[in-house]
Design a protein around this ligand. Structure first.
Ligand SMILES: Nc1ncnc2c1ncn2[C@@H]1O[C@H](COP(=O)(O)OP(=O)(O)OP(=O)(O)O)[C@@H](O)[C@H]1O
Length: 252
């Protein structure tokens, strides 16, 4: 598995005079797990939005499995095999886990997204839902209403909803944000046990969390690439330590 899954070539995202993402190029190989880290305001979310199609870049080129996706809307990217975590605000709180999964499946699949009537799943779709729930450790929670899940379980459900389309590239946006230490541990465990041929790009604020989870780390600062390398290289990198320590001092 060495063919590039995702290539970003000179990506710039500007808001007026501010370049939130400033000339970022990176290549993620098939099956690789990549973390994009950086302090507040580094440009992580903006880069994530460019990759997922929420906000196309001002300039630069994005290719997925050799096909250009730069200006393509998020739904087209999803059909091509890219999937992202939905925010909790996209969950339907009074519906069950299973019902939310069915809507996610129909939202990303070829069938029409429909709130009318019950959704009858094919046996293949049923298997996909149960496999995504198992992978996200929610296998026993299908009949529970979302508003009865813990916050951590809701984050797990976001992940299950992103997995149900059988993606080849999974994009995770701060999957452990706001979680307790035990819940973070669980999310890290889930990510670690996802299939190894699934390419993953994980945007994360917390450097510690990603270091044991990924093959390679890209560190952004002020929209620019500060460093790229193995988790070990990154944790020993003086520039990276300086921006994180500098941020910690500024917050103190
Ligand atoms: N819609 C927008 N309009 C104007 N400026 C924006 C917009 N979105 C982000 N920015 C600015 O772009 C820069 C990068 O923001 P971004 O949210 O991508 O950083 P981040 O690394 O995700 O930070 P955090 O860890 O705090 O989420 C910041 O200076 C931010 O204020």
């Amino acid at each position: 598995m060495s063919e590039p899954a995702l290539v970003l070539n000179k990506i710039v995202v500007a808001f007026g005079a501010l370049k939130a993402v400033d000339d970022i190029s990176l290549t993620v190989k098939g099956g690789e797990r990549r973390a994009v880290i950086g302090p507040n305001g580094a440009g992580k979310t903006t880069l994530f939005n460019a990759i997922t199609g929420v906000r196309p870049p001002t300039s630069g080129r994005i290719t997925f499995e050799g096909k250009e996706v730069t200006g393509k809307p998020a739904q087209i990217r999803a059909r091509m095999g890219m999937s992202r975590t939905f925010q909790i605000t996209n969950l339907f709180p009074t519906m069950t886990v299973d019902e939310n999964m069915q809507l996610a499946l129909r939202g990303t699949g070829r069938g029409k997204f429909s709130m009318l009537g019950s959704i009858r799943l094919t046996s293949e779709e049923h298997d996909r839902v149960s496999s995504a729930l198992q992978m996200s450790r929610l296998g026993e929670r299908g009949a529970v209403a979302v508003n009865e899940l813990s916050y951590g379980e809701q984050r797990q459900l976001e992940m299950a909803m992103a997995l149900v389309s059988n993606p080849r590239l999974l994009l995770l946006d701060e999957p452990a944000a706001g979680l307790s230490p035990a819940e973070r541990h669980m999310v890290a465990d889930i990510i670690r046990s996802l299939p190894h041929d699934l390419t993953m790009v994980l945007i994360e604020h917390d450097m510690e969390l990603v270091l044991n989870l990924v093959d390679k780390v890209t560190c952004l600062n002020n929209g620019q690439m500060l460093a790229e390398g193995s988790p070990e290289d990154i944790s020993n990198n003086q520039l990276v330590q300086d921006v994180y320590l500098g941020k910690a001092r500024a917050d103190a």
